[in-house]
Design a protein around this ligand. Sequence first.
Ligand code: G
Ligand code: G
Ligand code: MN
Ligand code: NA
Length: 252
Amino acid sequence: SALENEIREALAARAFDLHYQSQVDESGHVVGAEALVRWRHPQRGLVMPGDFIAVAESTELIVPLGLQVLEMACAQLALWAQNPERAALQLAVNVSARQFRRDDFVEQVERVLAASGANPAMLKLELTESLLQSQMEETIRTMHRLKAIGIRFSMDDFGTGYSSLSYLTQLPLDQIKIDKYFVGGIGCDPKIELIVQTIIGMARNLDVELIAEGVETQAQCDFLRANGCFRYQGYLFSRPVSIAEFESALSA
Ligand code: G
Ligand code: G
Ligand code: MN
Ligand code: NA
């Protein structure tokens, strides 16, 4: 398709870029960020992932795109490592199932880490439940290989997929991300609030860290904190912004 060819050209031109959305602790201190890809398009300006990730996933293009994202993220981590005020920042990177399932994914990650000098312990890979619909044993094996290097894992969009909860006991997850759908129901829908409380209780019992995404209001944040969730991401704190804006907000 035309879009497919454009993505191919954009990869060659290195026209993809990362935006950063802060992740904060209970006192509002920035503990890290999620990296979100953007396309600097010569005609259309900044193109959002919603307009090209699906096509990249349906072709193999998500593989080279994911590699460029990982390279940019690790380069940023290596820069932060040199600054004592930034060295503790964790960076979360979205990984598509198609990318994760490649035979050479672990080697690819190892190569990028080695080339950049980034500390693997600062890198968090965000996986989605779509990864769990098949090949569970392979997924678990790949996760363990990456964990052995020091990489962490977060389950993105938690609760919106179709997988069974049994995977929670099998996967070496470090973090669960409560989807913004549930956060959006806080203060409006008592049933959704009950589900949020249940997710929080489950994560605590499983000893997995929890982060809520899509936190837009102080009332949502207060509810989450009162119920035992102490990490937040959302417009209440910051939108995804360029590295320059992210860093100037850090310094402020
Ligand atoms: O802010 P936003 O519109 O950036 O992100 C939209 C969606 O695109 C998110 O659900 C996110 O998971 C996905 N996305 C953003 N960046 C990446 C990326 O680098 N790789 C993959 N696979 N998905 C991404
Ligand atoms: O990978 P993931 O689906 O988690 O990507 C996060 C998506 O959520 C991105 O598209 C990002 O721009 C968006 N997002 C981040 N914070 C908020 C928020 O507070 N409200 C809403 N509606 N969307 C958000
Ligand atoms: Mn994500
Ligand atoms: Na999400």
